[in-house]
Design a protein around this ligand. Sequence first.
Ligand SMILES: *[C@@H]1O[C@H](CO)[C@@H](O)[C@H](O)[C@H]1NC(C)=O
Ligand SMILES: *[C@@H]1O[C@H](CO)[C@@H](O)[C@H](O)[C@H]1NC(C)=O
Ligand SMILES: *[C@@H]1O[C@H](CO)[C@@H](O)[C@H](O)[C@H]1NC(C)=O
Ligand SMILES: *[C@@H]1O[C@H](CO)[C@@H](O)[C@H](O)[C@H]1NC(C)=O
Ligand SMILES: CC(=O)N[C@H]1CO[C@H](CO)[C@@H](O)[C@@H]1O
Length: 517
Amino acid sequence: MYLIFTRLFCALFSLSVLNAAKILGIFPAPSISHQIIFQPIWKELSLRGHQVTVITPNPLNDSMLTNLTEIDVSFSYELMANHDVIKNLYVSTSIFGKLWTLHEIGLVVNSYQLECDNVRYLFDNKDINFDLVIVQALYTCNEIMLGFGSKFKSPVIAISSLGVFLHAHDAVGNPTHPVISPDIMLNFSGELSFLDRVKSFLFNFWYRFLYYYYALPKADKIARKYFGEDMPYLGDIEKNISLMMLNVNPIIHTVRPNVPNVIEINQMHIRDKKPLPKDLKDYLDASPRGVVYFSLGSNVKSANLSSNIRQEIIGALGELPYNVLWKWESDYLPDRPKNVMTRKWLPQQDILGHPNVKVFVTQGGLQSIEEAITNEVPMVGMPFITDQPSNIKKIEDLGMGLSVDYKTLKKEQLKKAIMEVAENTKYKENVQKSKAILVDQPMKGVEKAVWWIEYVIRHKGAKHLRSPAADMSFFEYFMVDVVLFLGGCVVLALYLVIKIASLTKNVTKSTKKVKKH
Ligand SMILES: *[C@@H]1O[C@H](CO)[C@@H](O)[C@H](O)[C@H]1NC(C)=O
Ligand SMILES: *[C@@H]1O[C@H](CO)[C@@H](O)[C@H](O)[C@H]1NC(C)=O
Ligand SMILES: *[C@@H]1O[C@H](CO)[C@@H](O)[C@H](O)[C@H]1NC(C)=O
Ligand SMILES: *[C@@H]1O[C@H](CO)[C@@H](O)[C@H](O)[C@H]1NC(C)=O
Ligand SMILES: CC(=O)N[C@H]1CO[C@H](CO)[C@@H](O)[C@@H]1O
């Protein structure tokens, strides 16, 4: 605690170096798969001489990074566990239920974080200021944290480890056409059916209703508790965002139109390979027939699968002609087949980089897929939550792998899928094609993110990149007024034509009548 305060003190009051900025990064989500996207950014910024302070549940604790102060909010993980988050996400299958859950979680987690002493320190000390605030935008309600932007009167960059919900696109005026760019929560991919299009259209209304009339006012009320009553309306601070960075992958994600202050980044966590620990290296080297690497990521735990699913998996893996490396988060795997080795944790990128790895059985998280593609390993997907089902569907569509459904999993299915992906070379070839596209970019993801962050610092915001759409009302944007006006003109013209026609008719009639008489 003392150490944090002294380091914070030193960081915040040290003489500012030319071009070096004071940056506050707020990355509240207690989920390592999101944090690993941001860690390289705050590390790199500090190495470039900026004084960086971050609020994160996953501090790097690297004593070499002397310009970095990490405010540890790792207690958020316990908070999440107690609030049964993951369980709620499982239980609630409806998209409405899920969004509701996410929203409520955001409020709870953010509030606790703002109450913790190390974070309070930023409030209580009048001399603390920042040149830039970076806020993770993910949950419907990390919005509370935008209050820091207004508190320090600094430009704000919003950054997401995935895409973002509709309201975030609204904030920068990004188009959210319900058919061309359906919301990420809708889990659509490929061509939309008629029913999908109807759903997406209605969802766009429903979501905005929920967000602007319920979620945002509620978040604003809570934010005032921490940032004071003179804080501008949270929605206005959100509208003031300078830049939005989205971690989207050109292979997995559907192409979408973006305004100039939306920057797409990817492969943030892909790093240079490190040598494998000896036991793993020996195991992989000694498996010339090939290895299947099995991991369900950090949110879904293999060890927490129900016993019948586990039995089906074990049955399938035991019958494979390959060795299997399984990230199994417990000391003991009941009925472990001879060809299966388990570890509670595995250096995934380095394992996928080993030439003997033939197939990756994955839950389909974005980071895992990026690692598989950059290491040219085809996949068998077993998706569970959030974006996993649609990611895996995309993998299937692109012929980079197959998928199985864990709810109805039978060992024959899993075995068949793994064998097919391992033996049929087309899967590997397709992964290689995708890799070639993925890595062919002008600069690495981290470099791009840092370049744009410094751009915003240099120009004290990015107002000049802001789309006029961001400040338009719904009526102006969809030209409702124009359409109504022109519609009115047409109606009026028709009315006049009819009126004149009937008048002329009457006149002719009466003249005829007069003539007759
Ligand atoms: C810290 O920042 C200063 C300039 O502000 C820079 O000269 C120094 O190299 C940085 N140190 C590290 C370890 O990045
Ligand atoms: C960093 O330190 C905290 C405690 O201060 C600890 O809980 C965490 O596991 C450490 N993280 C790493 C990556 O070393
Ligand atoms: C909007 O951002 C600018 C800097 O880009 C800042 O000076 C100003 O205080 C912000 N306004 C609001 C309402 O947040
Ligand atoms: C997402 O879509 C896939 C098929 O594309 C479906 O199997 C899955 O149940 C959907 N998941 C959610 C959460 O809607
Ligand atoms: C290995 C693992 O994550 N086990 C967890 C499974 O879920 C229970 C509660 O639902 C936890 O207590 C375990 O730690």
